[in-house]
Write a protein that binds this ligand. Sequence first.
Ligand SMILES: [Zn+2]
Ligand SMILES: [Zn+2]
Length: 336
Amino acid sequence: MRAIRFEQPGRLNLVEVADPTPEPGWARIRIKAAAICMTDFELLRGRHAVDYPLTPGHEYCGVVDKVGSPSDEKWLGQRVVADNEITCLKCGFCRRGEWRRCAQYRQIGFGPSGGYAEYVLAPVQNLHPLAKAISFEQGALLEPLGVGIAVSSIAGARLGSTAIILGMGPIGLNCLAVLKASGTRRILCLDQRPKRLALAKSWGAAEVAENAERLKELAGSLHPDGTDVVIEASGFHPLVTLGIELARFGGSVVLAGFCKHQALPFEPDVVQGPNRRVLGAGNNAGFIEPAAYAAGDGVLRTEDMITHRYKLEDYRQAFSEDQVMASDYIKGVFVF
Ligand SMILES: [Zn+2]
Ligand SMILES: [Zn+2]
């Protein structure tokens, strides 16, 4: 099969490798769509601790074409999406749902080969059927939609809560979709790229701002009691400070963006005095299933965020810095 391989930071190739064979308890998925995540750009930039070479891709879906155990043959031919977490499912951490602390924790696309290839292997218990109503492109977007569900639940957003989202890349947009569907009101969105703000508007943002000054004005008039929930989804570290400033007394600030190891001058009293809650939300497992249900039933759809479609052989263009920095870029997807 053909697979994109990150040989080392800054170097990638399209390579021909043997078709993978599933072990007992595993399935082979023929990839139909694989969405490109900014995290994979960070892998290419060498900013995450992984072993090279590797085939990334953790946002994918496809059709099961081979299984390792006869008892799993019912999956053959099914359209599926898969959770990426591989764990023992037996230890104390696994039983408490703290997957990432399992000694056997591995994640498809960050060690075990991922979805930028013609096939991927996944444990059968990780599979979720794709509803007929979901396109393969939407199927590939269920993993980041699951991130939106996880971040919103960590934020404690409730029906009637007010919210601000800083950064309207794919994570910010997924958070917006989930907050909107959950009854959060007067959602304000910040981004510098007009195309992203236009999409946020069409997905139900109350108002959008291109800079912090405008955002503060909007928050002052639309959230007069302060903002219940602020989600930092840009990974631009100065916005963490802005987010804390905008949250109300007792409000929550959720850090969903990866800040690339940047440090921040920080006054603890701005959290301590107003009882603000600053919460991390960088690692979330187990949210693909509710994302698949919500998209399957039409509660949430996020395909509109796809701006660029590629074939596997377009890999150099798909992973070029020029491409991802382009003003019209939001989300790229490999389609097969
Ligand atoms: Zn991702
Ligand atoms: Zn375990």
